[in-house]
Design a protein around this ligand. Structure first.
Ligand SMILES: CC(C)(COP(=O)(O)OP(=O)(O)OC[C@H]1O[C@@H](n2cnc3c(N)ncnc32)[C@H](O)[C@@H]1OP(=O)(O)O)[C@@H](O)C(=O)NCCC(=O)NCCS
Length: 150
């Protein structure tokens, strides 16, 4: 099982950008990652198998609300609980940072991610029509309350 760690700033960003290109039809650019990490509100979590990055999740915490901005697991390593572990670590970090709610958006057709979020207690809040591009698709907005850790 992979170890989940908090990455420091742009640590491992080359590997993250390479995995992002493989995992998404509309990948984040390196600039987008850098400016989000520069903002001081974001935290990147990495899943490590030994020294190999096998997944990552990016959260942002502003004024009591956390947002899951990005999450991906290397295709060869999916279905082993790494996505769930990254999401749980993101929730824990948001609680540590004083957040009370977490929100996210997901492509309507992304059944695996939606199942992951539903299992983790996220509920559908609404739909943003035509939110995504490449291909154009609606976003499902989801959210959950964050219970204090321990
Ligand atoms: C979504 C993603 C992060 C899940 O990562 P993962 O490591 O495979 O997920 P896990 O093994 O931790 O699975 C956790 C839960 O997610 C759901 N899930 C994961 N893969 C699934 C699949 N192929 N079909 C249905 N449900 C799935 C299940 O509910 C699963 O719980 P279970 O194993 O008890 O049934 C991964 O598929 C991925 O990287 N997808 C491409 C990037 C992406 O779409 N990110 C989300 C953007 S919003």
């Amino acid at each position: 099982m992979a170890e989940i760690v908090i990455l420091d700033g742009v640590e491992r960003l080359d590997e993250i950008c390479a995995m992002e290109e493989i995992c998404f039809s509309d990948p984040w650019s390196r600039d987008a990652f850098e400016s989000t990490l520069d903002s001081g509100f974001a935290c990147m979590l990495g899943a490590l198998d030994g020294d190999r990055l096998v997944g990552y999740a990016l959260i942002q915490c502003i004024g009591g609300d956390a947002e899951l901005l990005n999450i991906a697991v290397s295709p060869a390593c999916r279905g082993c609980g790494i996505g769930r572990a990254l999401l749980e670590a993101g929730v824990s970090e948001a609680v540590v940072r004083g957040c009370e709610m977490m929100f996210l958006e997901v492509r309507e057709s992304n059944a695996s991610a939606r199942a992951l979020y539903e299992k983790a207690g996220f509920a559908k809040l609404g739909v943003r029509r035509g939110y995504y591009t490449h291909p154009r698709e609606d976003a499902v907005m989801m959210g959950r309350g964050l219970e204090p850790v321990g």
